[in-house]
Every structure is written in C-alpha cells, then in structure tokens.
Design a protein around this ligand. Structure first.
Ligand SMILES: *[C@@H]1O[C@H](CO)[C@@H](O)[C@H](O)[C@H]1NC(C)=O
Length: 467
C-alpha cells in the first residue's frame, strides 16, 4: 500500500516538472554512456603502423624556443685577457676601461687582494654550504654587522649573488593580491622579483612623481568602494636609487612623501647608488638627507662599487630577519665564498677611511657629463653625478638602425683603445630601453683620461654617423 502510494506520489511530482528538465537529464545520461564507452573501447585498441606514421607526420610540436636572438651579444661576447681595472684588454686591444662598474677602482686594490689571499689560506676557496647548514662563516657575520653599521641600519643580510638578492628580497615580502607600484624602467632583477610575487603590478612613468600620484589617487577611489578588501591589501613602492637602464636618479623626497600619504612601504634598489652617492658613499638617502627610518628596505650590490660579488639588504631587524627564512637566494645557495666576503669587508674599511673617494668619483662623473654634452651628434640625459651614463644618438632612428650604429661606434672606440658598453636586453624584459652606449665612471680616471675618453667617443661617433 505504501509503495503504491509512493509510486503515485512520484509520478505526480514528475508530471509537475517541466518537460525540458527531463529532456536534459536524458541527454546527460546518454552523453555519459557515450563518454565512458568511448574511453573504455579506445583503451584497448592498438594503432596500425599506418596510423602511427600518419599521426607522427601530423604532429607539429611548438618549438622549445621561439625565435632565438642569434646575434645577441651574449652569444658572442668579447674576450678579456687582463684584469678589469683602469685598463682592460678587450679582444687583444689594450683599452681605457669605461665598460665595467669599477666605480671606486677597488678591483685592483692591493689591500683587498692581500686580505682575500689570507682568507683563501685560512678558509679555502668556496663555501659549499648554504647559510643555514655550515655555510655561515665568521666573516659573514662580520660583514653583515659592518654593513648594518655603515648604512646606519639595524641589520643586514648578505647574499652570494647580486641578481638573486633583488629577486629574492622582493618575493619574500610581496604576495599574491598585494599592490606594487614600480617605475617602468626598473631593472630586470626587479622585474623577476615582481614575477615571483604574482601581485598586482602598476607601472608608473619613469621618474614621474605626478604620474605615480595620479595612479595612487585612482587607487584610493577604487579602495573607497570596498574598504574591507582594501584594508587587506599590502602596498609597496619599488624604485632604484640610480637606474641601471637610464642613469637617472630617483626623486626620493617626493616619493617618500607619497609613501607616507598613501601608506606604501618603499623598497629601494641601491645597486648603483650605494658606494657612490652621498658624502660617505652611503647612497641615495645620504644624498637627499632622507632619514633611514623612512625607508623600509634597501637592497644593494657587492658587485660594483665594492669590487666583490654578491648582494645585501638592510633595514630593521624585524624586516630583514624574515629573509633568513624566506629569501630563496639566501636559503638555498651556497654562501658567499669567504675570500669574497673578506674582500667586501676590506672594501668597506677603505670606503669608511677614504671619503675623498666619493668626492673624486663625483668630480669625474660631472667632468665626463660636461664632456659628453659637447658631442653634438650624441646626447646624455643621465644624472650628472651618476657613475652610470647612457649616451643616445641625437637624431632618433628606428631601433635596429640605432643598435647597429651604436655597436659600430663601440667597435670603433675599442679600435682606438676605449672600452664602452652597448647594453643588450633580453626579449623577456619589459619596456626595453632605447638603444644607447653605457659608460661607467671610475675614481681611477684623471683629467687626461677623461679628455681622452670624450675625444675618442666624439671622433668615433662623428666618423660612423657621417657615412
Ligand atoms: C693620468 O693617468 C695616465 C694613465 O692612465 C697617466 O699616463 C697620466 O700621466 C696621468 N695624467 C695626470 C695628469 O696625472
């Protein structure tokens, strides 16, 4: 009786459901049967020889590498057969060196060499262990303490590789859904750090405070519509002290004011500005007299001014300590070899005891800049006190033509005993900068070296551009 009742009841329900619903169910069931049987039957079927041949012929895989840059300079680099000091032997030609970032001339310093040799005798050559696993040698602790002391910060963390310092440090703090404001000309290490964060990246025009300010205002309007969501997003500003790709200096005081107003944390890549700007070479904060407490983190390089290898980050212990657990380049690379750590410590000693180095570097940067302004077929808009200068063709042409002409000028310079760089960029880079020649200024240059460099560049450029 109850079954019969149930049956009638369900029939009643069925009859009240619209027809299309039933049709849809039937369709889904049929599709499922078809799908399962297809999988079942196709599993056991073996292909005939012909079918295999045909499938192979049809298979057209995506190439592993898309249009490789066959004529990229990295595939055919110039060969150096000497020290890279004030002079450098490039492809057999003895040149005045304006190509490497030896700003303070420390790569050939006797004192550093002596200490590095003593370190090899004591510790050997490599380290063969990450910092957490027998890779922390006493000299690492000493260098970190000395860096914190030199930069007037609480703590420093040292990495064995400059590029990975920047890329690791950014990714240690910025996470998915955070908001990062970045200068559009930020270098490739910063770009790779940003990629690893998966955060929302907002680029502002190079060194343009107004553009950044507009973007921040726009974001503030968006935030007003959902205050709860906005409160959960961390915001960052990432800039370079001096930009590797342009030689321009960042307008730090204005940026810091915006950071305060909009509650942004600011990270500065001081790979170039540390050891070059400021009365004591302490970098961009010293140059603008901005208190260190306004900056959340400073990232620097041991590669350039300090004439060693590696990188570092400085800031408060609360912030920096975090990288010992989450800075990937810190945790998972063998530590900086003790000999290079020792070289960096001695470099810091020299920097501390010889503040006149920074004065003579600044004078040389300005002198080169003045010389460059007198070459009419070229232009240089880099910051006059920057040790990195980009020189562009005065008359704009298309990218390939500019690249070709500049590379001819650079070849001609080498023939005439002057080494300069034609920067090359990877296709993966964002906002690839305009082709240029890059000059690195050093304290080692005297007045006649500078005159020589400017004259050679002028003559070579005029010769190449006149044909
Ligand atoms: C400048 O340095 C060069 C070596 O690069 C040297 O031959 C020359 O005498 C120096 N000139 C002055 C004025 O010191």
């Amino acid at each position: 009786m109850s079954t019969k009742f149930l049956f009638i009841e369900s029939m009643n329900i069925l009859s009240t459901i619209p027809q299309y619903h039933t049709l849809l169910e039937i369709f889904v069931i049929l599709w499922l049967i078809w799908f399962i049987s297809k999988r079942y039957f196709s599993r056991d079927r073996t292909l005939t020889e012909d079918e295999i041949e045909r499938k192979l012929a049809e298979w057209n895989p995506e190439p592993l590498i898309n249009n490789p840059q066959m004529n990229h300079i990295s595939l055919n680099p110039r060969c150096i057969t000497s020290r890279a000091g004030k002079r450098i032997v490039v492809d057999g030609k003895d040149c005045l060196n304006l190509g490497t970032h030896n700003y303070l001339g420390l790569t050939e310093n006797n004192e550093i060499e002596k200490d590095a040799i003593a370190a090899i005798r004591k510790y050997g050559v490599g380290s063969c262990g990450p910092r957490g696993f027998y890779g922390t040698v006493d000299v690492h602790l000493e260098l970190e303490e000395r860096l914190a002391d030199y930069t007037d910060t609480e703590e420093a963390v040292v990495y064995s590789y400059g590029f990975s310092t920047i890329a690791s440090a950014i990714a240690a703090y910025c996470k998915r859904r955070d908001l990062i404001f970045v200068d559009e000309q930020a270098n490739f290490a910063i770009q790779k750090g940003l990629d690893a964060t998966k955060a929302n990246i907002i680029y502002f025009k190079h060194n343009d405070v107004n553009d950044l300010s507009n973007l921040l205002m726009k974001q503030a309007k968006i935030d007003e519509q959902n205050l709860k969501k906005a409160a959960k997003i961390k915001r960052f500003l990432i800039v370079e002290g001096i930009y590797m790709n342009t030689g321009n200096i960042c307008p730090l005081p204005e940026l810091v004011a915006l950071c305060r107003q909009y509650k942004l944390r600011i990270f500065i890549d001081e790979s170039i500005s540390f050891g070059t700007l400021g009365k004591h070479g302490k970098g961009i904060t010293e140059h603008f007299d901005v208190p260190k407490c306004e900056i959340d983190m400073i990232m620097g390089s041991l590669d350039w001014a300090m004439g060693s290898i590696g990188g570092f980050c400085v800031g408060t212990s609360f912030i920096i300590e975090h990288q010992r657990l989450s800075g990937l380049g810190y945790c998972f690379s063998a530590s900086l070899p003790p000999l290079l750590t020792t070289a960096a410590i001695t470099s810091l000693n020299i920097m501390k005891n010889n503040p006149q180095l920074f004065r003579s570097l600044r004078d040389n940067c300005i002198a080169i800049n003045e010389g460059l302004q007198k070459i009419h077929c070229l232009e240089c808009s880099s910051f006059p006190e920057s040790p990195v200068k980009h020189v562009y063709l005065k008359n704009k042409k298309d990218r390939t033509t500019e690249e070709k002409l500049l590379s001819k000028i650079s070849d001609k310079c080498i023939e005439n005993n002057l080494a300069v760089i034609t920067p090359a960029y990877l296709e993966a880079e964002k906002n690839i900068p305009r082709p240029s020649l890059r000059l690195c200024v050093s304290t080692l240059l005297n007045k006649s070296d500078i005159d020589f460099a400017v004259n050679v560049l002028k003559n070579c450029a005029e010769e190449i551009l006149s044909v």
